[in-house]
Each structure stands twice: as C-alpha cells, then as structure tokens.
Ligand binder design. Sequence first.
Ligand code: ADP
Ligand code: MG
Length: 677
Amino acid sequence: MLNLNSNIKYIKGVGEKRAGLFGSLAIFDVDALIHFFPRKYEDWTNTKTVRELQNGDCASIRATMITPVKEHMIRKGMTLYKCRFSDGESIINVTIFNNKYQAQALRVYEDYVLFGKVEKNLTSASMSSPKIEKLDTGVRVHPIYPATGKLTSNAIAKVVKTALESLEEIPETLDKSVRDKYKLISLDRAIRQIHFPDSDEDMQKARYRLIFEELLTLQLGLLKLKGRNKTETNLKITADFTEEFKSLLPFEMTNAQQRAIKDCLSDMAGDYPMSRLLQGDVGSGKTAVAAGLCYSVIKNGYQCALMAPTEILAVQHYEGLSKMLSPAGINVRLLTGSTKAKEKREIKALLMDGEIDLLIGTHAIIQNDVEFKSLGLVITDEQHRFGVKQRTALAEKGEGIHTLVMSATPIPRTLGLILYGDLDISILDELPPGRQEIRTDVVDSRYHQRLYKFIRDAADRGEQAYIVCPAIEENEDSTDLKSAEQYAEELSEGAFRGYNLGLLHGKMKPKEKENVMKAFSSGDVQILVATTVVEVGVDVPNATIMVIENAERFGLSQLHQLRGRIGRGSKKSFCVLVSDSKSENSRNRLAVMKNNSNGFKIADEDLKARGPGDFFGERQHGLPALRIADMLQDMETLHLAQQCAGEILAEDSNLDLPKNKHLCDNISKMFREVSYS
Ligand code: ADP
Ligand code: MG
C-alpha cells in the first residue's frame, strides 16, 4: 500500500529510471505526483461512427480490429504498421508510424476505441496514428499532462492511475463546515476526478474544489504575513518634519507625493509597524517620498535603510540622497557587495554606534552581520525584484520595524490587491509637472538606416541612446533575431563606427555590468546596446532615445518600463519600437504603446491582450507558483476564497485550532516553494 509520502519509485512500473524522469518535474513522492494536474482533457465519451463524420473530423470511434498488423519497412528508421478496424458499418484503415510497442499490443477481434482525425473519401476511411485504447477503459474523459521529452502524457497517466488505485482515502484538508458552506467536494474525490473524471461536470467540480483550496491557502498565507506585523511596536514616529524637509528639495512635491508621506507617517505614529506599498509609475518621484520619510524618521531619532535591487541603482540613490540630506546634518553611507572589507567594518561599527543615519545598499544590508543601533524604517526600492520571502526577511531584521516597498510595476488594481495582500497601498497617480511627453513611434526594420542617423545626430549633440534587444533563449534559433552581443559588434563596426558603444546583457558578471552602467551614467558610453537588464530604475537624464528591437516580443508593461528610462531630463525624448511583425495583435499592442503614457492603462490593456501570464507566469513578484488556479479566470472563486479566509481567521487568527492544522501545512508547503529569481 502506498501513502502520500511514499517515494514514487515504489509505484508499480516506475523504478529508478522513471523516478529520475519524474524528478526533473520536481515529483519525488506520491503527494507531488497526484498534485501534478492534467493540462487539459480529451473527451472520448461521445463516440461516433464513421458514417456520422466528415472528412477531417476529430472524434472517438468504437471499433473492432479485423485484420492483424502488417509491418512495412519504408526505409531505415521508418516502419509503418497497418491494420483494419470496423465500426460495424465501415472499414477504417489504420496506420501507425514507427510505434512498434503500440502495434504489438493490438489483438485482432478485440474491441477498441480509436481517437484522432478521420480521413474519408467515397470508398474508405482511414486514421493515421490514432490513439487506441481498449473499449472497456477507453470511453472516458482522458487527462492530458504537460509531457516532457521522455515522459509522455500517456506514461504519466498510467503512473498516476496506478498510484491512485493503491492509495487509501486521501486525508481531507478542509473542515466540514467550510466544505458545506462553499459546496466543495472531498479532497479524495477531487483528486481522483481531476485526473480521471467520470464526466465533464465531475471534472468541473474537482477543479473548483482544488482551485478554491489553492486560492484559500494563498490568501491565508498572505494574511498571515500581514498579521505578523500586528504585534505592537514601540517605534513610534510622532513628530512630522516634512515641512523642514521640503526646504531641501529643489522642487515642490506633487500632491500625490505629499499624500503618500502623510499615509506613511500616520502609519508609523500608530501602535503597529507600517507595512506599506508605494506604487507609482516610472518617473512619478518615489525617491523623494522615500527621502522625506527618512528625514522625519531620522529626526525622530531612528536609523533608516534603503535597499535597491542592483548595485548601480544603490549607487545612484546614494549619490542623490547624500547630496540632498547631508547639508541637513544627516549621515548617509553606501554598503554594497563591492564595498571593501575595511570600509565595511567601519560602516558596521558606525551603524552599531548609531553614527550612520541612513544606510543605502543592495541586499548586502540585510545580511545577518549588519546590525543597527536603532533601526526604525526599511525601504525597498523596485519591489518587483524582491519576493515575499525577502520582504519577510527584512521584517525580521527587527521586531516592529516599519517597512515601505516601492514599485513601478503597474499592476492592474484587482491583482495588486492579491499580490500585495499583506501590504497597505499608496499610489502616486500624478507625474511631476513639466514632464515632457515622450514621443513614441512604431517602425519596421527598413527604417534602420534613418534611425542610426537619428542616433548619431543626438550623440553629436551630446545626448545618449539605448538600443534594447530581446534576450534570446538558448534553444531558439530564429534567424531574424539578433543577440545583443552580435548586434553591438555589427553596429560598432558599421553605423556607429567612431562612437563609443557599450554592451550590457544578463550573462555578464555583476561587476562588468556595473562598470558599463557607470560608463553610461557618466556619459563615456554614448550608445548602450542592452537586453532588458536596463529595465529597472536607472536614471540617466541625458539619455533621450530608446530604440527597442523586435518590440513585438515584449510585454506592454515591460515596454513601458523600458521607455521609462528616457524622458527623465529637460530634453525632448524619443522611443522607437522596431517591429516587422504583421500580426494584427502585435500591431494593436504596439499602437497601445504609441498612444498611451499611463502605466496602469497600459497594464490593463496588456492584461486584456495577453492574460495574466506576464504578471504570474514569470513570477515577477515572488509569489508562490499556483498549480491549478488562474488569478484572472478564477476571479470569482478567488473572491469566495478571500471571504472564507476572512471567516477562518476571524475565528482562529493564528490557525491554532486542530481543525485548521491542515491549512497550516498547506500554507507552509506553498510558501516554501516560493521562487526568488
Ligand atoms: P521613480 O518614481 O521612477 O523612482 P524618481 O524618484 O527617480 O522617479 O524621480 C524622477 C525624476 O523626477 C527625478 O529626477 C526627480 O528629481 C524628479 N522629481 C521627483 N519629484 C518631483 C517633483 N515633485 N517635481 C519635479 N521633479 C520631481
Ligand atoms: Mg525609482
């Protein structure tokens, strides 16, 4: 007998070798196996006779095999197996290509069900490589699993079937009252039916149960993260120094910026630590909000930390903020991976003495050996590069410390509520005045020569340009795609001979990347050829041109982020999207970019056009991967799960009750699997 923890190699027919193949799908035990759900289904229940079908129809046919298999060796490596079936009225000629195993398993005069495309002419019908199963087991809804090279969907189905047959009742994870209220079938039935449904309706019920449970677990997990901050804090920021801070700024804050600062200060004056997300489009001025908060917190006698996802961004923040805050007597220091050991020691000592007021850096600043005397506020910039996990690590740096995360990723509001279910949200919905609109054009590659001249002219005036190429997957050998490397080489010998060209891509070492970015920041590099690694946050106001090659390959939100790298200074900026795609969908999407400058608007359009994959597929937000639920399509179930999560926590805020133990297990399992890419 198997149980959920049994290693899958003990399932009949698996063994070491197959277990290895399952291992590459991260399936090691029976529990993981039965949670590896079909991607879709084939319904074989509605069987037809040949007479009822048109040429080219795909269907399942009940048929008896009437001639033995004949083998035809066509050439080396290509053998055909031919035989005939009858559905009682018509003969079906079946050809099987190369699959000796399938052919040898067939027995003449046995009843089968054939599934596939039927080719019909006036005199006969035929099927090429149909799927064939015995009649008594074949007429059902068949699961189709995401197959890998060596592990076919069929092979997976067999193993799952064997496992389910030798598994006793799967223990229930949801309390009866919850199941009754939300009309959920038992876990045991759901798991069995999701793999081998008796009918479409049964499959839907199974899906609903499993999706509900997954979303409930996600929601409870996030609410628990939020609840963690519901222990009281004595780090109270009671005095507001914002007026004083304003005199340090070379500009007037926008209303949105002032509102965000107010939100945060009122959080920090309360009994509980702040846990807030500051969301604002690229260029909306999040840094000034961060600076203003640090100013008040420091004047209240606490230290602050500001964490950026890359060294170059950390350096940039350091340069900007120390210039702004030092005149007010605030001691700002920078700590990154490349800070020298001696300086690092000095910084750590000064932090412990409370001599440093604001520490800026990369994730180096949340490492264990960095201790503060009285840390009050931690700010994380460009949050989408950090996951829930890092958020938690930060919060654990000290009891009751206030946290603010800043993100430019425009997430459609409904999704934001889920992704950041553990945070309160402030939104900067207003750009600073006097921003120049970026002009965006869509062109095809015939325009390249003119484009290069346009860039040379700008460079001659002392301005700079980005040229972005899509990152190319290793297994992709599309001829019309240029790798950044290859393209940079071409350009430096051709169109931009005599200009200073830089190259930046994801496979370079961090140090090399920093050096190139520094050279671009300082103006030494005039034209930067890059992959999307330039997407995040860097501020080079002198860059006025952004060319994006094969623009159709990017998500709209990503294009928007990229475009946000220009238009940051006083000079007119231009974004040129180069695409030869003829597809109507691509043309429409690029037109959205041309006609919109608002990130939220663009995100909504992107969501409509591409579905949530962009937000969840790439796991930009460090949320746990979902196995079966789809945040958008299952929005209704999500609302029910949210309601249910609220009810459960209202009764048992820590999930201490025995009946909620399974939920706790589910949560730790799900959040253990969070990816931090
Ligand atoms: P982001 O929100 O993308 O991080 P930044 O904080 O980098 O934006 O700000 C973008 C630019 O706008 C900076 O050069 C900053 O000095 C400037 N800025 C910020 N707030 C204002 C404001 N209220 N008025 C004018 N310029 C501002
Ligand atoms: Mg920023």
